[in-house]
Write a protein that binds this ligand. Structure first.
Ligand SMILES: C[S@@+](CC[C@H](N)C(=O)[O-])C[C@H]1O[C@@H](n2cnc3c(N)ncnc32)[C@H](O)[C@@H]1O
Length: 376
């Protein structure tokens, strides 16, 4: 099988966790970079990366690198690629672009010019014109432009990998599955002790924790990855890799995952999500106020959560007592427990009064978040 260079992207702040995952999966020559991890491998490695990496957002297969100081250089470089190898006649196409510190700085326009190059090349060659389609295209391209250096890649994931396929209910402010996995991995959870999310919302942290504990592949619930639309995709060989991932792992017998949420509707949503992931038996979810949580002394549990952080103006003031009292509950009644708490509001996070805890910055979409880690 031909070897390729891949770049698995992740949210800023998650790179070291993704790097550890890439290494654990045995992928070749991993290299941690800003925004992701580079590695080398075959298409089979690419399938595995998509099925198994928990914190990766996309797995990009590098096609070309070139200098693109202007629109024409970009267009000509795209036109020079033999696109018939990557898109079958009548196929559909989408292009994403990211520009930073470059002469060409309008990412939508850059994406448009890349699309023009692909379409023009295919039209002159075989007279067909691929349709542009945002949802589920046969080929999704990714153009990254940094200081006028372009990297053009095939997006082997298609849709973002946070869309695992198990989610039935969105909740109000669900954590992206990839970030939830990052929080659980960063918590240092031993995968055996009880894990508690007192603000569980739609249950994302609990589902991801169960998959981690069982060493189960997070990607097996998905209906489709981008590479399945590529010409010459070996569906038979992929089915074997998929079947191996589906049957891999098993939940530890005595695993205890507990979730609470004050809102009954959220609890129903968490239950629907856990059921859809086949994890309903593993987790106990209740309608309860986080402050009523009664920790058992000596339980050696992990508390992993993201409390509400007041996305709407004025909300954060109302949340001050919740953070202050939750911090007190942790300090006074959870001695010996471990904590991983993600907060998008540094002022509220400060009200927990846990000054000696480690703080990591993670990006949750457009919100810079603080992950507070430590033993209570
Ligand atoms: C940021 S959301 C958590 C999202 C969750 N991680 C997910 O992925 O869906 C915060 C959750 O805390 C819940 N909540 C707010 N105040 C609470 C309280 N006092 N006790 C328990 N849950 C509370 C909200 O109903 C909401 O579902």
């Amino acid at each position: 099988m031909t070897r390729h260079t891949f770049f698995a992207t992740c949210a800023p702040g998650v790179e070291s966790l993704l790097y550890a995952e890439v290494r654990a999966l045995g992928l070749n020559r991993p290299e941690q970079q800003v925004g992701g991890v580079r590695f080398e491998g075959t298409l089979e490695d690419c399938w595995k990366a998509n099925l198994w990496l928990r914190t990766a957002v996309r797995v990009l297969l590098r096609l070309e690198r070139f200098h693109a100081p202007d629109e024409d250089a970009l267009y000509q470089a795209v036109l020079a690629v033999d696109w018939s190898q990557h898109l079958s006649p009548g196929g559909t196409l989408w292009v994403d672009a990211q520009c930073k510190d470059s002469n060409l700085d309008h990412s939508r326009y850059v994406a448009q010019r890349v699309k023009d190059g692909v379409v023009d090349r295919l039209r002159t060659e075989d007279g067909t014109r691929p349709d542009v389609q945002r949802e589920d295209p046969d080929l999704r391209l990714h153009l990254h432009l940094y200081r006028d250096r372009a990297t053009l890649s095939l997006d082997s994931s298609g849709d973002s990998l946070h869309k695992r396929g198990w989610r039935r209910a969105q909740g109000i402010a669900p954590l992206a599955e990839t970030l939830a996995a990052a929080v659980v991995l960063a918590s240092g959870w031993d995968r055996r002790s009880p894990l508690i999310d007192p603000f569980c919302g739609s249950g994302t942290l609990l589902v991801e924790a169960a998959l981690i504990a069982g060493d189960m592949a997070p990607g097996v619930f998905r209906k489709r990855f981008g590479f399945e639309g590529w010409p010459g995709h070996d569906a038979e060989a992929y089915a074997e890799v998929h079947a191996a991932a589906t049957s891999a792992g098993a939940l530890p017998r005595k695993l205890r995952l507990l979730g609470f949420d004050a809102d009954r509707a959220r609890v129903a949503e968490a239950q629907a999500n856990l059921e859809s992931a086949g994890l309903a038996q593993t987790c106990e979810i209740e309608v309860a106020q986080a402050l009523e949580f009664a920790p058992r002394p000596g339980w050696n549990a992990w508390i992993v959560c993201n409390p509400p952080y007041g996305e709407r103006l004025g909300d954060d003031k109302k949340l001050i007592p919740l953070y202050r009292d939750f911090g007190r509950l942790l300090r006074e009644r959870c001695e010996g427990f471990s904590l991983a708490l993600l907060s998008g509001n540094p002022d509220l996070a400060g009200r927990l009064a846990l000054p000696d805890f480690e703080r990591r910055t993670l990006q949750n979409g457009s919100i810079p978040c603080e992950l507070i880690l430590g033993r209570i």
